[in-house]
Design a protein around this ligand. Structure first.
Ligand SMILES: [Zn+2]
Length: 135
């Protein structure tokens, strides 16, 4: 014999439909009232080890070819450099042209490698490793 006990638990929660008109003023606690921290030495910034990034290591690119790992073919290479006209080259060119050296003399910076940017390429896959910019 199973007797179903139907518990009619009608909770007579007669909530009033009207909203609470009185807004609760909870004494607005501002977050800026934190007490001054005690004077303790700041934790020294420790280098985080363990994060091994399988990416191209940051190689300081200069004018000369550098040895690094290519990010494209992942080979240990020595970069092949090419000089290209950069911002500094054009600035000097414009400066020479302003000072009257516009009869071909303003093209001198394009012939001076030290005034140009240096692009580093991978000799294996010819991928651009990076660019050493003068400016
Ligand atoms: Zn490569």
């Amino acid at each position: 014999m199973t007797t179903y006990v139907h518990q009619s638990t009608e909770q007579s929660s007669s909530q009033p439909p009207s909203y609470m008109q009185a807004t609760e003023k909870l004494g607005y606690i501002s977050e800026a009232t934190t007490p001054m921290p005690p004077l303790y030495p700041l934790p020294s910034i420790q280098p985080i080890y363990g994060q091994v990034l399988h990416m191209v290591p940051m190689v300081i690119l200069g004018d000369m070819p550098v040895s690094c790992n290519c990010g494209n073919c992942h080979a240990s290479i020595i970069t092949r450099t090419e000089r290209t006209a950069g911002i500094l080259t054009w600035l000097i060119c414009g400066g020479l042209a302003l000072f009257g050296c516009w009869l071909g003399c303003c093209l001198i910076p394009f012939c001076i490698g030290e005034l140009q940017d240096t692009q580093h390429f991978c000799p294996n896959c010819a991928a651009l490793i990076g660019t050493h910019k003068r400016m």
